[in-house]
Design a protein around this ligand. Structure first.
Ligand code: ATP
Ligand code: MG
Length: 360
């Protein structure tokens, strides 16, 4: 009997609601396989700040340290609520970035996927979706602007100023490129390299290292795309993309756009992999506007469980079953409020009902 320890960080906003559904699925997986999951819940995010004065408290660090994998809900507060927490203690700066740094989870995989049969969820025309959207964004997660030095003060003219630095070294770029090329080898052998080398020196180095790594994967076709052009192309011809690789901030922004072309951020799970530790989280935030209403889409969180089953536990078959079960719920004509727009013929169900139907 295999035994895995999973740190469960339900997070803020809709986090606890969608985590609840994800755990139902894990429980079922446990029943169906020779495996036990030891769930270790811990406070993380704004909820942890209010309880312990720290968004990533020591008790949570200890639990994550000994976990085989971390399942993490979204964190954060609404713009107004977040003013109650000092800037450096805010959930993203005080918990999310420290976690990424601690476990060096440099490779963030964000699938953006919508089969043809679900084209009606998307704001794009059916002819743009064609045979379906099925791409994965590979986002560098521990470098760039989000991790560079930061400075804020008053300059010589008495004006408030800020300075944030964007740094990458070649090792950081090389390792994410290997991840992207390896994934491309398993898929369509097509890699879109996203950059802004006409303006940013960081992108010049990015592209140089990409070309060096590309020599080790001669079968992979590389297409270079400026990030701004890629944003347009994602709306106009998303089916051209298969694997896309990009630095940290580009990935943050483009992947939210990925959620947009699918019809909802609720369809965006992700995996964040380091060499020795991995955590799994929805790509979206805590959605304070719909928290506590029982209407959030748990697909992103259940999909993150599927990614955990595959990447951390080697349970590829069960991961496929989870994806299929969720597609089955949609195929039966149900979805949560984010996707069941009036007149679409889709029957609206709650967060819990979605989880129940997946288990069913
Ligand atoms: P962050 O900066 O933490 O990424 P954000 O500002 O990008 O947060 P989100 O919290 O991700 O914002 O939410 C953006 C919008 O998407 C909100 O209107 C929210 O209701 C919607 N949304 C996000 N996740 C879901 C979900 N799982 N189900 C339904 N709607 C969602
Ligand atoms: Mg966001």
């Amino acid at each position: 009997m295999k035994h895995y320890k999973i740190a469960v960080l339900a997070g803020d906003g809709i986090g606890p609601e969608i985590t609840h559904e994800a755990l139902k699925v894990l429980e079922l997986i446990e029943e169906r396989n020779a495996v036990t999951f030891e769930l270790m819940p811990a406070a993380f995010g704004a909820c942890a700040y209010f309880e312990f004065g720290d968004a990533f408290p020591q008790g949570t660090i200890d639990i994550c340290d000994k976990a085989d994998a971390i399942l993490k809900g979204p964190i954060g507060l609404s713009h107004e609520e977040s003013k109650k927490i000092p800037v450096d203690k805010q959930p993203e700066r005080g918990a999310l970035l420290p976690m990424r740094r601690r476990y060096n989870t440099y490779a963030n995989f964000r699938p953006v996927s919508l089969p043809k049969a679900l084209a009606h969820f998307s704001p794009l025309k059916p002819e743009i979706i064609g045979e379906g959207i099925d791409l994965i964004m590979v986002r560098e997660l521990v470098g760039g602007l989000y991790f560079g030095s930061k400075e804020r003060g008053i300059n010589d003219q008495g004006l408030r100023y800020v300075k944030e630095t964007l740094e990458y070294d070649e090792l950081q770029i090389r390792r994410i490129m290997h991840q992207a090329f390896k994934l491309a080898m398993k898929r369509r052998k097509l890699l879109h390299n996203i950059h802004k080398s006409n303006v940013l020196m960081s992108s010049v180095l990015w592209n140089e290292v990409m070309e060096e790594v590309a020599k080790e994967y001669p079968e992979v076709e590389v297409v270079n795309y400026l990030v701004d052009a890629a944003a347009t192309a994602l709306c106009l011809k998303p089916t051209q993309f298969d694997v896309m690789v990009m630095e940290n901030m580009f990935g943050d922004i483009l992947s939210d756009q990925g959620g947009g072309i699918l019809g909802s951020l609720g369809l965006m799970p992700s995996a964040c992999l380091g060499d020795d530790k991995a955590y799994y989280e929805p790509s979206h935030g805590s959605a304070p506007d719909i928290a506590g209403k029982g209407i959030a889409n748990p697909y992103s969180m259940i999909g993150s469980v599927a990614m955990m089953l595959e990447s951390s536990f080697g349970m590829d078959g069960e991961a496929k079953n989870v994806w299929a079960a969720m597609q089955g719920v949609f195929a039966d004509g149900y979805s949560t409020a984010d996707l069941s727009k009036s007149g679409s013929g889709v029957v609206m169900i709650s967060t819990q009902q979605f989880g129940d139907k997946v288990v069913e």
